[in-house]
Design a protein around this ligand. Structure first.
Ligand code: BG6
Ligand code: MG
Length: 218
């Protein structure tokens, strides 16, 4: 089936915000009296804010009341946003902007499929909002990745069938979501973590225009 649309995850694919999510969760973990390693952080990638907190608390063996959870999520997000507001176009990961421009020139549709509730603000900060034919983020979906809802909704807004879509993701949960949606999955990161992806590239610098042309059939 020819591919007519590419759905990009945001954090860790378009921009390296994954490190800021990690730093903000680590700060909270330390505050609650336990450490939080980059390996443990892999479990938080791609999942919603509330689910991330639940996983973090499980790792630390800490239980909190609902109101404390709310308070800590607000605190984590404020801390996260303090990093985000300092970003600009230079924080876009290698080749992503030129790839998006290249795809658009060929009439390939572009969507965002992100779990983040901060996605629109980040796209604006990076000045790339206008490239997107559809934006689906954490405010629009009820089921978080690995549920395929975010990608299926993006395909629906683009009026494309799932098997016409390619998903670019850095999280194991996102690859699972793309595969369940019956889309072609490209993982950005380590093979050991993203082993369910149809293709794994170590970084976005390997996500070249030529590589995508081959998948699209150009
Ligand atoms: C995903 C990130 O894109 O968004 C997760 O990979 C994050 O780490 C999730 O928890 C929710 O983000 P936000 O910005 O709504 O807290
Ligand atoms: Mg991601």
């Amino acid at each position: 089936m020819p591919k007519k649309a590419v759905i990009f995850d945001l954090d860790g694919v378009i921009v390296d915000t994954a490190k800021y999510h990690y730093l903000a969760w680590k700060k909270l973990a330390n505050q609650l009296g336990f450490d939080f390693t980059p390996d443990q952080n892999e479990r938080l990638k791609g999942v919603s804010r509330v689910k991330s907190l639940e996983i973090l608390l499980e790792i630390g063996g800490v239980s909190l009341s609902e109101s404390e959870k709310e308070r800590y999520m607000i605190e984590k997000n404020e801390n996260y946003l303090s990093y985000i507001t300092k970003m600009d176009e230079n924080d876009i990961l290698p080749n992503i902007k030129s790839l998006i421009q290249h795809l658009k020139k060929q009439g390939v549709l572009i969507a965002l499929g992100s779990a983040s509730k901060n996605a629109k603000q980040i796209l604006d900060t990076l000045k790339i909002t206008f490239y997107f034919d559809a934006v689906v983020d954490g405010n629009e979906v009820s089921a978080a990745k690995p549920d395929p809802e975010v990608f299926l909704l993006a395909a629906k807004l683009l009026k494309r069938n799932p098997d016409e879509c390619i998903v670019v993701e850095d999280a194991a949960a996102g690859i699972e979501a793309a595969n369940t949606a019956k889309m072609l999955s490209i993982g950005i990161g380590k093979k050991e973590i993203l082993n369910e992806a149809a293709f794994v590239l170590e970084s976005t610098s390997l996500l070249t225009n030529e590589f995508m042309d081959k998948l699209i059939g150009n």
